[in-house]
Design a protein around this ligand. Structure first.
Ligand code: FES
Length: 325
């Protein structure tokens, strides 16, 4: 289980659009900023349809004594968190939890390949700066839909020069994973932050090159599923639960609200602790985790309820016994 940290008050100090769909916010906490390391994220509470929802955003760039900087991609067909953030203005109040880090940067490797897809670049900005300033051997692959969506591109180009390779999907460009990985020395680390298809591609290239998976570090966002989020029905016969998971809520949040004491760890689809057995399915599972293997996802016998969703309805078995609900 994660350590529980308290919510504290904060205010939007300023914001600016770094791409047509990515807005950077400077958030000033009432109690002052805390120190954090590359890879850290900030938890933010936003109101979606009048209900508080928690979102995690990577902290962008080096710590600033005045504020925490995050960047939010506007997802018009998302669960509503990004649209709620985009409605905030200078002076808007919100609740935050001080920075935590589940994606730490190991500073002892002989070389680094940083890989970012879209808004995944936010986790990489300070990693790139830190490694550059230390004189480390670092290269970056950064893919986005178009040139205008390469957030923080100018800053990264200044830091990395020709060590930054970009790819614009609209122009049919692709990142050269095999070539870049082949050039890495033994013991090099690859850090990946981006949507699931990018992680799958990067992981496949890493494995093809015979690199140990322990040297591949990644962070994903549960928003990157195959389908746009829609409400769906969930039954848990053991607990006599029949609930609708709203478009803006996760299955785990909905079960918790219904009184099911579900098990969880990362809440980002990485640890597998929240996986529940699927008893029956009407429709399709949108597996959004990186814990289950491709084979397990195809078998549809388990799903990670923190991030995965359903197109239709599903009946689940909870790992918890009824007497502790
Ligand atoms: S809580 Fe870690 S995968 Fe769901």
């Amino acid at each position: 289980m994660q350590r529980i940290l308290p919510w504290t008050d904060a205010v939007i100090q300023s914001f600016r659009d770094v791409t047509p769909t990515v807005r950077e916010f400077c958030i000033q906490p009432a109690l002052g900023t805390a120190a954090y390391a590359p890879g850290a994220h900030l938890q933010v509470q936003v109101l979606v349809n009048g209900k508080p929802q928690t979102r995690s955003y990577s902290l962008v760039g080096a710590p600033d004594a005045a504020c925490y900087r995050i960047a939010v991609k506007r997802l018009d067909a998302g669960r509503g968190g990004s649209l709620a953030m985009w409605q905030l203005g200078v002076g808007s109040r919100l609740s935050i939890i001080e920075p935590q880090n589940h994606f730490p940067l190991d500073l002892n490797a002989p070389a680094y390949l940083l890989v970012a897809g879209g808004i995944g670049i936010t986790a990489m900005v300070w990693m790139a700066q830190t490694l550059s300033e230390r004189g480390a051997s670092v290269r970056m692959l950064f893919g986005a839909r178009s040139l205008s969506e390469l957030a923080f591109h100018d800053l990264l180009r200044k830091q990395l020069g020709s060590r930054l390779q970009t790819a614009k999907a609209e122009q049919g460009e692709q990142l050269e994973f095999d070539k870049e990985i082949a050039a890495l020395p033994k013991g090099a680390l690859m850090y990946v932050c981006g949507p699931l298809p990018m992680l799958d591609t990067a992981r496949a290239a890493w494995t093809r090159a015979g690199k140990p998976l322990s040297d591949l570090r990644f962070e994903t966002f549960g928003s990157s599923g195959r389908f746009a989020p829609k409400a769906f029905q969930v039954l848990i016969p053991r607990h006599k639960i029949d609930v609708t998971v709203a478009q803006e809520a996760s299955l785990l949040e909905t079960l918790e609200a219904a009184g099911v004491q579900a098990m969880y760890g990362c809440r980002r689809g990485e640890c597998g602790l929240c996986a529940m057995q699927i008893l029956s399915l009407s429709g399709e599972i949108d597996h959004r985790d990186v814990f289950l293997s491709a084979h397990e996802k195809a078998a549809n016998q388990r799903m990670c309820v923190c991030v995965s969703r359903v197109l239709g309805s599903v009946t689940l078995e909870s790992a918890y016994l009824p007497e502790i609900v």
